[in-house]
Design a binder for this molecule. Structure first.
Ligand SMILES: [Zn+2]
Length: 331
């Protein structure tokens, strides 16, 4: 076992969500209530030591003057591939953290146990402990934001696969030789559902008469159309914008149907910034999944996340409270 915790003596944990542009930390009690927060912006030219210093400062601020004797540990959600057994950061897209011994550095500077995992995987743990998936044992999460991430909570544990890397749902192939993906691949789910992909679709539509409403919102300049422009147009009822989101949702629904085939989850949580803004996308995904898997054969619910931007922080804190939820550390 990684470490044991007496919740009565140590009723707090620090959860920290390290992102490519911001770092958010919180002091969380064992019921998932946040009692203090801290927040830092990450400069784009930051080096490894700079990121570690920012993380350390965010932890110190969230802790305040609470004694370390009252804190179970620190959970860290990172936008990286994490070898959970060795607690090593293998690959990080947006931050220079790969290969640095973050766990040991933070343990030395805080005197507290530290445990790390991928941010999307910890978001599913947050929803399972404190949010929409509370008490369930078989949950698939997909996060829609700049990228498309995923997390698997199966048989009551976080499922990591051989090295803790399972759940990279955004990079499954959904269209053979399809649109380019930021990872370098083609036809991946993120090629159609990431922010860059949605912006590209909106720009393509704006070249024709059907996309005139979207173009107008960008001041008549196609290059200024972003995913945000598309979301705003959809919120205002623009038919073309709604259509683009529905098509993306339909592809998502097809992908989810495949996951239902393999994993038989009882709940699929669609979370992340985009999910809160694009109800037509979520509804189209739900409708496609219902077509593929009519109710009564496999009953799977599709819901949006309940914790919003706090899912990563709360999942990280939950991991600090119960590290054995990682299969790899359970023996
Ligand atoms: Zn990809």
């Amino acid at each position: 076992m990684y470490y044991t915790i007496d919740i009565m003596e140590k009723p707090f944990a620090i959860g920290i969500d390290v992102g490519g542009t911001k770092i958010a930390a919180a002091l969380v009690d064992c019921h998932g209530h946040i009692s203090a927060r801290s927040f830092a912006l990450v400069p784009s030219d930051i080096d490894t030591e700079g990121v570690i210093a920012l993380i350390g400062a965010a932890i110190a601020e969230a802790r305040g003057d609470l004694s370390v004797d009252r804190i179970a540990g620190i959970g860290v959600a990172v936008p990286c591939f994490v070898d959970t057994e060795e607690q090593q950061l293998l690959h990080c897209v947006n931050l220079p953290l790969a290969g640095c011994n973050l766990r040991d550095r933070l343990t030395q500077s805080t005197g507290l146990p530290v445990i790390m995992h991928n941010d999307a995987t910890l978001a599913v743990l947050g929803e399972e402990r404190y949010g929409v998936a509370r008490g369930l044992n078989h949950v698939l999460m997909i996060t829609l934001g700049t990228g498309v991430g995923g997390g698997l909570f199966l048989d009551g544990k976080l499922f990591g696969g051989a090295r803790g890397l399972a759940g990279e749902i955004g990079h499954i192939t959904i269209v053979a030789d399809g649109d380019p993906c930021p990872c370098g691949g083609k036809g991946h789910l993120e090629s159609y559902l990431g922010r860059a992909a949605l912006a590209r679709k909106a720009q393509e539509a704006a070249a024709g008469p059907e996309g005139s409403g979207i173009l107008k919102r960008a001041g008549g300049n196609v290059d200024d159309i972003t995913a945000e422009t598309l979301l705003e147009a959809a919120e205002a009822g623009d038919v073309c914008a709604l259509d683009i989101l529905r098509q993306a949702g339909d592809l998502l629904g097809q992908a989810l149907a495949s996951f239902v085939n393999v994993l038989n989850p009882e709940l699929i949580v669609i979370a992340g910034g985009l999910s809160q803004r694009a109800s037509s996308l979520v509804e189209a995904a739900r409708a496609r999944l219902r077509e593929e898997w009519p109710p009564g054969i496999i009953d799977v619910t599709v819901a949006t996340g309940q914790l919003g931007n706090d899912a990563g922080i709360l999942g990280a804190a939950a991991l600090a409270f119960s590290p054995t939820v990682l299969d790899a550390l359970a023996s």
